[in-house]
Design a protein around this ligand. Structure first.
Ligand code: ATP
Ligand code: MG
Length: 762
């Protein structure tokens, strides 16, 4: 995050490695910025309109603004200013935001501005806290446990109804139940609600209604509640018990809501109950980013805020501080084609940043090629100095992640799927905290610390007792996760030392405690893989929007005009996550050798070069050309993806013959469930070799070959380069690097032995 600029000035983002090829002091001061030394200094980081928001303490305030215009920044500074100026009591402020990650981010920003003690939560976590506190008084006994594995409970409910669901059907049924609950639809009303909302139910609504009813029954029998019950029950209690509502209102007097365009009727109800008769409420949102209407959310509350609060201060922000003019141009182009309510309130963004590269559009032959191409571009960016943590791959549905996980692992690029929120709750981080605290208390007398002459060395010495090593462990499982957490703490110590030279271990422990209290996790150094929905409110130097085909964007089940418009907004949210590099891609087939009859998303028509414009609008694609380099069979010059020899037709299971679509199964060339004919001894030899090679090249084992690729090799036992290179995950690069070794092992030779040597023939 930036430290702020004098009001009204274009922002100067801290110089980052990709601009200068070295980490600058500014980067470190970004990680540990100086806390503003006064309330007025807090305002220095705002432009005139943002300042107006910050100064309008007390009454109702509504901020309507597009992506990247500093809405979240304005409300965070508003709270910090109020607290620092002594106008707001920190414990009486409740800031509500949309995801845990965004709440964590907001706590971090508040802390950096010197405003501690403010509650920044999601609606759910705020409600859960209140529910836990008031349940004994309102209902008696302890609050029922939150169900840990909802999907399992849904599976059980289905089984009891005599319905068998496979993994995908189970996921669909679970989200359908969630939809029913957030729209306050009881099981008996579900089939009618499907008709009324023109919803494309994933299976027979009568069956789903049965599963849903059984699921509710099982929860009651087992005294558990689910995520959705938390809001429903809190609203129920605050509605029925005036004494409890009064108690909550005494505690919280000032409310701030981020991403208000996506507030659901149930959340709005809760907010109203929290407020009572008062109107000390500040809401910020962007109707153009409404992406949760499918849960019943509506931007009406945002757009009609003035109707409900006639004396509200309404502020509009248009300066986009996040993205380059090239990214903003595409974002504006996308919104200019939007229709409906949100579009009527469209705000044209004006970039405040220097120009950057044009967005890159790439068409690939198939999904694995798209994933490989994306991973390759990411490697190039990292090689050019963009930190991995500043890169994101964003997709429409979570199941798209697997092929990208695989491709990034194959390319040796670290990635993370999880959010940063729960960092300090991880067992290894807690253990590390205890160890560091112990060492700090020992005041350097610890024999471990002998010879450690600076803070990072001390931290490395202590954490080495907890499993930290200078090189990451092989593999990508739990051991690797643990190591990544400890490595994040080591990096944090390094940054801390840079920002505060001479800091002691005790200073660091105090910093960690504060961060843990504020749930301000250090950034995990990996490429983020996230769905477009979960990327809301966040930003990266480089964003890769992948899988942009009709059917995925808009998603196939978006049928009505409103649903299609929501998909367009989702793409707008994705585009506006990029600060500098933006890449948009799609694949013509799902699997290699497929028919190639997919089309790029209609939303880019008229915006991307070479596409037909829609009507007279659009044409905003700028100079970025489409990269068709990897389009198989297109015969285009400059092919970037190495040809995939032998992978012409769809990949079929070599045991049962079924066409394979899952990336992992395609790698194995058989269904996961089909029997393996793997030579176990060969697999073990390959694994041993892989461990040695990984050590030699100081990289995790999966950078040599992933488990799946190794298994596929052990199953195929290739005898020639041609047979080896067709195995998914091998490719030309790895063939050159490791082919000779692998073929030797498969042939049962000792490494270094020439073919024919040692087999009895002289
Ligand atoms: P979104 O709609 O995506 O949630 P937003 O409107 O909340 O975006 P922010 O995340 O608050 O935008 O700000 C976007 C980026 O611009 C952040 O990096 C923020 O620090 C920076 N920024 C915002 N306002 C200013 C300013 N006045 N000076 C410098 N940088 C700013
Ligand atoms: Mg925001």
């Amino acid at each position: 995050m930036t430290n702020g600029t004098p009001c009204g000035q274009p922002p100067q983002r801290p110089l980052t490695t990709w601009q200068h090829g070295r980490v600058t002091a500014a980067t470190h001061s970004t990680l540990f910025p100086q806390v503003p030394d006064s309330a007025d200094a807090v305002l220095d980081g705002l432009d005139p309109e943002q300042r107006e928001v910050a100064l309008a303490l007390g009454g109702p305030v509504c901020v309507l603004a597009g992506a990247g215009t500093g809405k979240t920044r304005a409300i965070t500074h508003r709270i910090a200013y109020g607290v620092r100026a002594g106008i707001l009591q920190p414990t009486t402020v409740l800031a509500v935001t949309f995801t845990n990650r965004a709440a964590g981010e907001m706590r971090g920003r508040l802390r950096q501005l010197g405003a501690t003690g403010v509650q920044a939560r999601t609606f759910h976590s705020a409600a859960l806290r209140q529910l836990q506190y008031f349940w004994p008084k309102a209902v008696g006994g302890e609050l029922p446990r939150l169900v840990e594995r909802k999907v399992q409970l849904v599976a059980e409910a289905a089984a009891r109804c005599g319905i068998r669901l496979d993994r995908n059907e189970l996921r669909d049924a679970t989200s359908e139940i969630e939809w029913a609950k957030v729209t306050q639809t009881v099981p008996a009303d579900y089939p009618a609600a499907v008709v009324k909302t023109q919803r494309d139910a994933p299976r027979d609504p009568a069956e789903l209604s049965q599963i849903y009813a059984m699921y509710e029954q099982l929860k009651r029998d087992r005294s558990v509640i689910d995520f959705e019950d938390v809001l429903l029950l809190t609203v129920g209690i605050l509605q029925d018990r005036h004494d409890i509502a009064e108690h909550v209102r005494r505690q919280y007097q000032h409310f701030v809501v981020d991403e208000y365009q996506d507030v659901s009727p149930l959340q709005q109800r809760l907010l109203d109950l929290w407020l009572g008769e008062r109107d000390d409420l500040c809401v910020v949102g962007d109707a153009g980013q409404t992406i949760y209407s499918f849960t019943g959310a509506t931007p009406d509350h945002l757009l009609h805020f003035r109707t409900r609060h006639p004396d509200a201060t309404v502020v509009k922000l248009v300066r986009d501080y996040r993205s380059t003019p090239q990214v903003v141009h595409l974002a504006n182009g996308l919104l200019s084609q939007a229709r409906g309510k949100a579009a009527e309130h469209r705000l044209e963004l004006v970039s405040q940043r220097d120009k950057g590269p044009e967005p890159v559009y790439t068409e690939y032959a198939d999904e694995p090629a798209e994933a490989e191409g994306t991973a390759r571009r990411i490697r190039e960016l990292i090689a050019a100095g963009v930190p991995a943590g500043e890169i994101a791959v964003l997709y429409r549905v979570n199941s798209q992640s697997e092929v990208y996980e695989q491709a990034l692992a194959d390319a040796g690029v670290p990635y993370q799927l999880r959010g940063a929120e729960r960092f300090f709750d991880r067992p290894e981080v807690r253990e590390a905290g205890v160890a560091l605290r112990g060492a700090a208390r020992a005041g350097g007398n610890d024999s471990l610390l002998d010879g450690a002459d600076d803070l990072p060395s001390e931290v490395r010495a202590v954490l080495s007792t907890k499993g930290w090593t200078s090189k990451p462990p092989a593999g990508s499982g739990a051991v690797r996760d643990r190591w990544e957490s400890l490595a994040a703490l080591v990096r944090l110590a390094e940054d801390f030392e840079q920002a505060r030279p001479g800091a002691t271990l005790s200073d660091l422990v105090a910093e960690l405690d504060e961060r843990a209290a504020a749930q301000h996790a250090p950034t995990v150094q990996g490429v983020t893989l996230a769905s477009l929905h979960s990327a809301k409110g966040l930003e990266w130097d480089a964003a890769f929007l992948v899988g942009l085909t009709e059917g995925m964007m808009p998603i196939a089940y978006a049928k009505t005009d409103e649903q299609v418009e929501e998909e367009r907004r989702l793409l707008y949210v994705g585009v506006t996550r990029a600060r500098f590099h933006l890449s948009l891609s799609w694949a013509l087939s799902r699997s290699p050798g497929g028919r190639g009859n997919r089309r790029a998303t209609r939303f880019l028509n008229g915006l991307r070069p070479g596409s037909a414009a829609l009507g007279t609008r659009g044409g905003a694609g700028g100079g970025g050309g489409i990269d068709r380099g990897s389009r198989a069979g297109a015969g285009a010059a400059g092919t970037q993806t190495p040809a995939r020899p032998g992978r012409r037709g769809p990949v079929r299971c070599r045991v049962c013959g079924k066409t394979l679509t899952e990336a992992g199964e395609m790698k194995l060339m058989r269904c996961e469930d089909c029997p393996s004919d793997m030579d176990e001894a060969l697999y073990e030899r390959l694994r041993e070799w892989r461990a040695d090679r990984a050590k030699e090249i100081s990289q995790p084992a999966y950078c040599v070959f992933t488990d799946k690729t190794l298994m596929a090799i052990a199953e195929a036992a290739p005898g020639t380069e041609g047979e080896l290179v067709v195995i998914a995950g091998v490719g030309n690069r790895k063939l050159t690097r490791f082919g000779a070794d692998v073929l030797a092992i498969c042939a049962g030779r000792t490494l270094g032995q020439e073919p024919g040597e040692g087999d009895g023939e002289v």
